[in-house]
Design a protein around this ligand. Structure first.
Ligand code: AMP
Ligand code: MG
Length: 317
C-alpha cells in the first residue's frame, strides 16, 4: 500500500493530481472498491470530459466523492436514516443518494440533471488524502471504457483509458474489488439501487427494512437505467429547422433559426464537450411556463453528441 505521507514519489504524484484536477483534467484514483475516473464535480466542462472518455452513449449520474461527512453535508440534505448510515459506514463502500442542497455547487451534468446526488466517502487512505488535498467534490464513475469491466488495478485503467486519462494514481489492487452499495434515501422508504461492498443485511440492521429497486414496470432497476430523470414541463422538439410561434430556441453552432422569445446556445463553436456541460442548465433555463415549447437544433450524433441526443430524446417524449 502506498503511503503518500511517507513515500516521496507518492506525494509528488498527489501534488500533480491536485494540479490536474484544478486545471479541469481527469485523474484516475484508487478506492477500496474500484479505480475511479475523477474530475472536479463543480466544473461542468471537466465532468463532460469524463463522459467523453468513457464513451457512453448516455449520461449516467456519477457518484460524488468527498473526504468527510462535513464536506458531504455541504452538498446534500441529510435525514436521520442518512446520518445514521453515514456515521456507521463512512468512510467505506456505501453510496447514499440524497436531495441536492439549493446552493449545491456540483455541476448538474454530474448528476445527469437529477435533483438528487449520489455521495460517498471512500476509505482507501490514498483516496482520502487525494480528496482532502483537492478540497473539491470529485465526480467519478469506474475508470473503464463503457461496456468493459470495472478496473481494480492501475494497469486495468491504463489498458482501458490510458490514452485519455491525464494521470493515474497507483495504489496497487483495490482491497474490495466490488462496486459500492448504493442506497436511495431521498424518500421515506429506503431503496437499494445496487448491491456492493456493504450487504443489505448489514444496512437493514441499522435502519430497518430496505426496498429493492423497481422501475415503473416493476422490473428490477439496473444501475444507470433510471426511470426518474429530468423532463422539461413544456414540450421539447428535436432537430428543429424552423421556429414555431412562442417557442424558445436551444441552439447549437453559429447559426440561428430567427428571433425567439428566449434563446440559449449550447455551443456557438459547435463543441460537443461545451454543449454537454451546458445542457442541463440550459434545459432548465428555457423551461418556462410562459413559453410554448423548446425547439432544439440538430446536434451531431458523434462522441458526446450521442449522449446529448439520448437525453433530449427522453425529454421530448
Ligand atoms: P458507477 O459509474 O459504476 O460509479 O455507477 C454509478 C451509479 O450510481 C449509476 O449507474 C447510478 O445507478 C447510480 N447513481 C448515481 N447518482 C444517482 C442518483 N442521483 N440517483 C440514483 N442513482 C444514482
Ligand atoms: Mg462502471
Amino acid at each position: 500500500m502506498v503511503d503518500p505521507n511517507g513515500d516521496p514519489l507518492a506525494s509528488a504524484q498527489l501534488e500533480k493530481a491536485v494540479e490536474a484536477i484544478r486545471a479541469g483534467k481527469l485523474v484516475a484514483f484508487p478506492t477500496e472498491t474500484v479505480y475511479g475516473l475523477g474530475a472536479d464535480a463543480t466544473n461542468a466542462d471537466a465532468v463532460a470530459s469524463i463522459f467523453a472518455a468513457k464513451g457512453r452513449p448516455a449520461f449516467n449520474p456519477l457518484i460524488i466523492h468527498v473526504a468527510s461527512m462535513e464536506k458531504a453535508v455541504q452538498l446534500v440534505e441529510f435525514n436521520d436514516h442518512a446520518k445514521l448510515l453515514a456515521e456507521t459506514n463512512w468512510p467505506g463502500p456505501l453510496t447514499i443518494v440524497l436531495p441536492r442542497k439549493d446552493d449545491c455547487p456540483v455541476a448538474l451534468l454530474a448528476g445527469a440533471g437529477l435533483e438528487t446526488l449520489a455521495i460517498r466517502v471512500p476509505e482507501n487512505s490514498y483516496a482520502r488524502k487525494f480528496l482532502s488535498r483537492v478540497d473539491v467534490p470529485i465526480a467519478a464513475p469506474s475508470a473503464n471504457k463503457s461496456g468493459s469491466v470495472s478496473p481494480t488495478t492501475a494497469d486495468h485503467v491504463r489498458e482501458s483509458l490510458g490514452d485519455v486519462v491525464d494521470l493515474i494514481l497507483d495504489d496497487g489492487p483495490c482491497q474490495i474489488g466490488l462496486e459500492s452499495t448504493i442506497i436511495d434515501l431521498t424518500d421515506d422508504v429506503p431503496v437499494l439501487l445496487r448491491s456492493g461492498g456493504v450487504t443489505i443485511e448489514m444496512l437493514e440492521r441499522q435502519i430497518g427494512s430496505i426496498q429493492a429497486a423497481v422501475d415503473d414496470n416493476s422490473a428490477p432497476k439496473a444501475p444507470g437505467m433510471l426511470s426518474r430523470h429530468y423532463a422539461t414541463s413544456i414540450p421539447l422538439r428535436m432537430n428543429a429547422t424552423e421556429l414555431e410561434e412562442g417557442e424558445a430556441l436551444l441552439a447549437f453552432g453559429g447559426r440561428t433559426l430567427g428571433p425567439a422569445p428566449a434563446v440559449c446556445n449550447l455551443s456557438r463553436a459547435g463543441d460537443l464537450n461545451e454543449a454537454a456541460a451546458n445542457l442541463f442548465d440550459m434545459m432548465r433555463k428555457l423551461d418556462r411556463p410562459d413559453l410554448k415549447g423548446i425547439a432544439v437544433m440538430e446536434i451531431p450524433k458523434t462522441g458526446l453528441g450521442r449522449a446529448i441526443n439520448d437525453r433530449l430524446r427522453r425529454a421530448s417524449r
